[in-house]
Design a protein around this ligand. Structure first.
Ligand code: 0O2
Length: 196
């Protein structure tokens, strides 16, 4: 079977590596400025052939390179997991400042959480090479919650419990969000006392 990415795989890999290099430069710069690594961990992937085909079918798109690379925007995905809330917005601003990268769409699911409690900052950017990248920026707490929710979503849940589970998940998401704010305040106090 021909690749849904046609002959673009090497170019996709190159685009991903270029963006990872830029993110690592931001990381080093912020580490020098604040004396603290703003990124807890960084994940990246080129969406597998199988997942991309599934997504095209789900969205009613023909199985071809155009659908995979021009209509769907997450063939390249990067997840940036930060320890602290403010670092998400600082990193976002650095990414937005790249002159050769166009921001196509941003969704702030942190200030406007999804009804189920999902939080993350999403960016779709277009690179000079013409490829799209989906960036997800989140805290460790948001990442933990999303991983658990994703895991549960694919489990068969007994109907009688599904609404209770949804309510509990939402409650956990809100508690974690409140903890993120408290952790940020503690960090601010530490930074303040270091400057004195
Ligand atoms: P995968 O397998 O994770 O790559 P749209 O309808 O176009 O506005 P779209 O395109 O679904 O929305 O984008 P959105 O809402 O920004 O979400 C994109 C990705 O964010 C998802 O990828 C998930 O990875 C993550 N995400 C969004 N909502 C949730 C959620 O409620 N729970 C969890 N765990 N993750 C979420 P995909 O497309 O699902 O595919």
């Amino acid at each position: 079977m021909d690749s849904i990415y046609a002959d673009k795989m090497p170019a996709l890999e190159e685009t991903l590596q270029d963006m990872l290099g830029r993110i690592n430069s931001i990381r080093e710069q912020l580490n020098d400025e604040y004396g603290m690594d703003p990124i807890e961990h960084l994940l990246s992937r080129i969406k597998s052939e199988e997942s991309m085909r599934e997504k095209c079918i789900r969205e009613g798109l023909p199985l071809n390179e155009h659908s995979a690379l021009a209509v769907i925007h997450d063939a390249i995905g990067i997840r940036i997991v930060c320890a602290f809330l403010n670092d998400i917005y600082i990193i976002r601003d650095h990414i937005a400042s790249f002159k050769d990268i166009e921001i196509i769409r941003e969704k702030d699911y942190i200030r406007n959480a999804k009804p189920n409690g999902y939080r993350s900052y999403h960016m779709i950017v277009k690179t000079a090479s013409g490829f799209f990248i989906e960036l997800q920026l989140r805290t460790i707490s948001m990442d933990t919650w999303a991983a658990l929710e994703h895991h549960i979503r694919y489990k068969k849940v007994i109907d009688t419990n599904s609404s209770l589970i949804a309510d509990e998940l939402k409650r956990c998401a809100d508690e974690l969000a409140s903890t993120d704010i408290s952790m940020q305040s503690i960090r601010n106090l530490i930074m303040e006392s270091m400057q004195k």
